[in-house]
Write a protein that binds this ligand. Structure first.
Ligand SMILES: [Zn+2]
Length: 175
């Protein structure tokens, strides 16, 4: 909010400075719950994760659920989350990871695999993951027909006041 020192939140009258605009876990929840042996057999980096759970391989991609901020024009708040995708999908995305034209790949279907601080569970929310230019995290579009507060927030946008509330919620969960 540089240059807007007198800006005050329309909801609470505070200024909400220094808000963090991206939050998210470093791995899909199943990785957090996996045994050391399962992790050793799998793989996790900043963008992709492969994990065998009870004899079945699971594939995860990280993306950003971007939510427009209504009272900060052009700014977005992002939940950085992992979604489980099919083997075909992750192979196609991986093959084109360095492709300058990867933004033109068709989106892949994914189930959100992280619990976020919402009253309703965010795990297994259906989404489409859209590849973007190399170096840019994929964009996650939640299925707008799903009756979920997070999907509604993505569809309608949120205020800076809500971003401040999310900052507090996430801060409260930190160890
Ligand atoms: Zn406020």
């Amino acid at each position: 909010m540089d240059g807007h020192a007198k800006w005050e939140c329309g909801t609470c009258g505070q200024q909400h400075e220094g808000l963090t605009m991206v939050f998210g876990p470093l791995a899909p929840d199943p990785w957090m719950h996996a045994t050391q042996a399962e992790r050793d057999a799998g793989e996790l980096n900043g963008d992709m994760c492969v994990l065998e759970i009870e004899g079945e391989w699971h594939y995860f991609l990280r993306g950003h659920i971007e939510i427009p901020i209504l009272d900060a024009l052009g700014e977005v708040f992002s939940w950085s989350v992992w979604a489980s995708v099919s083997e075909d999908s992750i192979q196609r995305v991986a093959e084109h990871w360095e492709d300058p034209a990867r933004a033109s790949l068709p989106p892949v279907f994914g189930w959100v695999c992280n619990e976020l601080p919402y009253e309703q569970s965010t795990v297994s929310t259906p989404s489409l993951m859209h590849s973007r230019d190399p170096g840019v995290v994929p964009f996650i579009q939640l299925d707008p027909s799903v009756d979920h507060p997070l999907a509604r927030e993505q569809g309608m946008g949120i205020t800076l006041h809500r971003v401040a509330e999310i900052n507090r919620l996430v801060g409260a969960e930190a160890p």
